[in-house]
Design a protein around this ligand. Structure first.
Ligand code: TRP
Length: 340
């Protein structure tokens, strides 16, 4: 039986953190056995918010590639590629742009949230507003069936489905309508308790952090503010450290919860335990990452091969799309005599 295809990926805006891991990367590594998996490093999408510093992309692309490889994405089984190295994605974006209204984009809740974060409200870049259209091209260029994503991406997948339906109905059924596969893991909060993890807030643990950096960050993490003494009864549901226990310490979490609530474990030992668990978990990832890091040429080769494979798929889709839209001028037979 032919395996279904997955397309998923990230914007390269820096190294990936534990939130990326639990939300998507772990799952993607598991799914590559079952699905023909394409992993996009969406550099053009990263540019929609970082267009003033394209010089960072080279490092960020490499870093996201390293993180994927370190977490078990196997270039022998999966296709890891760079968005701008597949020009068909840009071609499809132009064609899809007519199937979406500006109002639909303005009403996209994820666009709204991100635009506010970047202060774009009254000076929205066209590229930023339109990135969901480009994301529809990311997903459809390889005719993906399934898109594993976090919940915040659902509006984009919904838009992709709308574009596909409109395209297939208006022109000819050349495109595959994808389904979202939403991660059931709750979003991991920042170590400061902030719901958003970000580099600028300094509240994230990166997959490439050293053991000391992990120790440092967890030690400084915000816990239940109502707990002054270790014997005070805690409220694990408001504690960032507890959220990490829940994600990374499945066997110990219910015990921690009980003891925190009863005031029989203080925040210091609770953090120490988490540091141990996180470092034990991260060690093999760090090891694998640093092995690849010593040979960046190999990583660029993996990306080059992956992008070439992705481009082949893009070319197939483009041919079908051009035929559906009857803009396959040079390959279609010249107009037939009977219509003359
Ligand atoms: N928008 C996604 C994010 O911010 C990244 C992304 C780009 C993506 N293209 C995609 C995710 C296609 C899934 C499918 O994380």
């Amino acid at each position: 039986m032919v395996r279904e295809r997955i397309l998923t990926g990230d914007r390269p805006t820096g190294p990936l953190h534990l939130g990326h891991y639990v939300g998507s990367v772990a799952n993607r590594a598991l799914l590559q056995d079952e699905y023909d998996t394409f992993v996009i490093i969406a550099d053009a999408q990263a540019l929609t918010t970082n267009f003033d510093r394209p010089e960072r992309l080279r490092e960020d692309v490499l870093s996201v590639a390293l993180d994927n490889l370190a977490c078990g994405i196997d270039p022998g089984r999966s296709t890891l590629f760079v968005q701008t190295m597949v020009p068909e994605i840009a071609e499809l974006t132009i064609l899809y742009a007519n199937l979406v209204t500006v109002n639909q984009l303005f009403h996209n809740p994820t666009i709204k949230t991100e635009a506010a974060q970047h202060g774009f409200e009254d000076k929205m870049p066209f590229g930023f507003l339109g990135y969901p259209v480009s994301q529809a091209a990311d997903i459809t260029f390889c005719r993906a069936h399934l898109v594993p994503v976090g919940e915040d991406q659902l509006p984009h997948i919904e838009m992709t489905r709308k574009i596909v339906r409109k395209f297939n109905a208006m022109y000819a059924p050349a495109l595959v309508e994808p389904r979202a596969k939403v991660s059931t893991v709750p979003r991991l909060v920042g170590l400061d308790g902030n719901t958003k993890m970000s580099k600028s807030l300094g509240n994230a643990i990166y997959l490439c952090d050293t053991a000391d950096a992990v120790k440092d960050k967890v030690t400084k993490a915000v816990t239940d503010p109502a707990r002054i003494h270790p014997t005070d009864k805690g409220h694990p549901e408001v504690c960032a450290v507890f959220a990490y226990h829940r994600a990374f310490n499945p066997d110990g979490v219910s015990d921690i919860e009980k003891r925190c609530k009863a005031g029989t474990i203080g925040c210091v030992p609770c953090k120490k335990l988490l540091i141990e668990i996180l470092n034990r978990f991260l060690e093999p990832i760090r090891q694998k990452r640093s092995d690849y890091e010593k040979h960046p040429d190999r990583v660029w080769d993996i990306l080059r091969d992956g992008s070439a494979r992705a481009q082949q798929e893009g070319a197939r889709t483009m041919a079908a799309v051009r035929e559906a839209m009857k803009v396959d001028y040079f390959t279609a037979p010249a107009s037939s005599p009977e219509s003359a």
